[in-house]
Design a protein around this ligand. Sequence first.
Ligand SMILES: Nc1ncnc2c1ncn2[C@@H]1O[C@H](COP(=O)(O)OP(=O)(O)OP(=O)(O)O)[C@@H](O)[C@H]1O
Ligand SMILES: [Mg+2]
Length: 274
Amino acid sequence: MEKCQGCNHFKDGKCGTSTCTVEEEINPFNKINKVIGIMSGKGGVGKSTVTAMLANALAAKGNKVGILDGDIIGPSIAKLFGVKGPTHNTEKGLLPVVSKNKIKIMSMNLLLPNETDPVIWRGPVVGNVIKQFWKDVFWGELDYLLIDFPPGTGDVALTAMQSLPVDGIIMVTAPQSLVQMIVEKGVKMVQKMDKPILGVLENMSYVQPPGYPEPYYLFGKGRTKEVVSKLGLEFLGGLPIEKEMVELADVGKIHQHESQLFINLAERVESLLR
Ligand SMILES: Nc1ncnc2c1ncn2[C@@H]1O[C@H](COP(=O)(O)OP(=O)(O)OP(=O)(O)O)[C@@H](O)[C@H]1O
Ligand SMILES: [Mg+2]
């Protein structure tokens, strides 16, 4: 039990989970209330965008929020928020960089001399960096730590899932049917590891240009919801393809994008974790 002190699952002198597999030590200077993983079975469906926008919405609601960019090979969180390294080491740990809207960020890009330098490492090394981002970073007190998971269901995602005390996973998908097959794989992997899935979010569901009265569902409507209910999971809704969000993301100003849809999502996530 001693190693559980400080874990977000350790309440009233007891571990709150019956199936804890978390191997990693806790940084004694961190007090993190809830850890949310944003995951998908496939790359490019919008995990990083959703992580950033959900962090914005949780922060706008007055929470202390951090983002651990678990995508070591293809990090994008620092770029989305326009933050740059170097980070500084202190006796309590490595300091995250803070965005304009006060989100604490740790990402591989902040440690590279040049953000275009590639990370050419094998899986076990990458897995170790994720673990270090958990225990060697001085996150301090946080209401929510969001983890942008490495893409897919491979080695590194597995290490992240096993090593960090995740309270809930949000599975992101896109509406095409191939993606849905892959999302099922992701869901089954998480379930096999006994980690709680908060729900499945469909990104890039529809477009609604200004002046158009109805949303247009490019790849058809309702398929994800069907797959999700077949799996007995919560459908967290569909998000539109948004030009303005991408424009701000591309120039490192995603913190400026306000979205009622993400505020609603943040409220739902907060209530699912309560
Ligand atoms: N709702 C959206 N509307 C428009 N473009 C979007 C939306 N969501 C994501 N995108 C764009 O799609 C691309 C992929 O998104 P993102 O990087 O968030 O995906 P990812 O799942 O994190 O990818 P990877 O697996 O490579 O990490 C980006 O260029 C992003 O700006
Ligand atoms: Mg990404």
